[in-house]
Design a protein around this ligand. Sequence first.
Ligand SMILES: Nc1ncnc2c1ncn2[C@@H]1O[C@H](COP(=O)(O)OP(=O)(O)OP(=O)(O)O)[C@@H](O)[C@H]1O
Ligand SMILES: [Mg+2]
Length: 463
Amino acid sequence: MARFGRLVKTTTFRLALLYTAVFAGSVGALFVFVFINTSVFAEQQTEAAIEAEVKGFQDTFRREGVAGLVNAINRRVDPNTRTDGIYILTNPNQQRIAGNLTAWPNDIRADDLWINFSIVDLQTADPGLADVRGLQFLIPGGYRLMVGRDIREARAFRTQLLRSLNIGLGITVALGVFGGFLFSRSIMGRVESITQTCRRIMRGDLSQRIDSAGQSDELSRLSASVNEMLDQIERLMNGMREVSDNVAHDLRTPLNRLRVRLEIAANSATDEKEKAELEEAIADADGLLSTFASLLRIARAEASLRRSFGTLDLGSIVEDVVDLYQPLAEDRDVEFSSTIDFSATGWGDSNLVAQAVANLADNAVKYTPTGGRVSISVKAENGSAVLEITDSGPGIPASYHGKVFERLYRLDDSRTTPGSGLGLSLVSAVAKSHGLSVSLADNDPGLVVTVAFPRPPDTAGGA
Ligand SMILES: Nc1ncnc2c1ncn2[C@@H]1O[C@H](COP(=O)(O)OP(=O)(O)OP(=O)(O)O)[C@@H](O)[C@H]1O
Ligand SMILES: [Mg+2]
């Protein structure tokens, strides 16, 4: 039903509806034209015939008087020569003196001289009602004559015609809407497949391509262009990854060499002051190396390809992280508790996800003051998993919730704590490539970080 709703909202469907409306309008106009030309024309024909007959009777009356008129009417109602006319002639006392009606009709609906009424069928024995359209007029001397025609057939024809035209119009509209529905469904199916591919690409699988084979319409050409663009992007990204890997390699080696030299110098230094300074320089080099490693990890997390993804055993990942940070928490006199649901699974690169979870635990332990509490929990929730890390530290003001995920960003209050402001950037890079949603909330006091893992794809179901 939701799909139908979306379908109705598509441009193609609306266009199809518009065309249907325009087409139905034209067909309707044509039908009205046909209707007027046949049915109304037929009615006018009847009236013209009646009028001609009346004129004939008037001539007869002028030439031969009432007797001639009676003769003429009798001739017409004679069963042998009889026409389909309906006649009645009355004398000044309202008594019938000729015609095939027994009495002047009394359920008359008259507009001017023309009258409409129903009578018992004259031509057949069947006592159904006949509809009559007639012309009444007075003859000098108090005589009254009415000439009419049975218009039942014309009426029936008119009704039948109207019904046929309505059915025709209905079929036109139905075909238009149905055609539009089919048409937009096929278009929407293709747009939907493009959207799905784009989504998979955004989740990190740049190897995905839109299926553009088969047709040669605009949509296929668009798909082909997008595919070419993706090829280009993939080439560029591969190039960039190579460059950054090379830079990492080229810079790390001399940096390590520098560090080793500083260490040798520090070891052989005799002067205490000189030794202390050299040790500070070693610490700086370590900081640089670790920042560099973090930047590289983020680059790798961002470029992580779905091909290397597998089922994540989130329980074990969290357990390892807890083991890793428990000693640090004890050192800082922070209570570190965990609740682990070992059935929780996810989909991704377990190294990267473990690093992201470790960074969150690192922050929680690092920013929680002595005597505080940190807890980490992971639970399976109908197929998907939710990880939550809470601490009782200073928390992050809501207005900085977006900012802390930026590279190298640190809150002013944290400047005294060691760190480079890259931990949450890695979390965000992993979240982006893995389709995780990370949200921050207030723990009053402290921070709650919630990470929702999407349901692993079906291919991982049995793994
Ligand atoms: N649990 C937390 N409680 C309070 N503030 C936090 C918490 N986690 C992060 N922050 C704030 O967000 C900033 C960014 O965190 P992030 O992990 O990216 O960097 P870092 O911890 O400063 O350095 P790094 O993780 O690279 O060692 C931190 O500097 C800190 O100000
Ligand atoms: Mg951190």
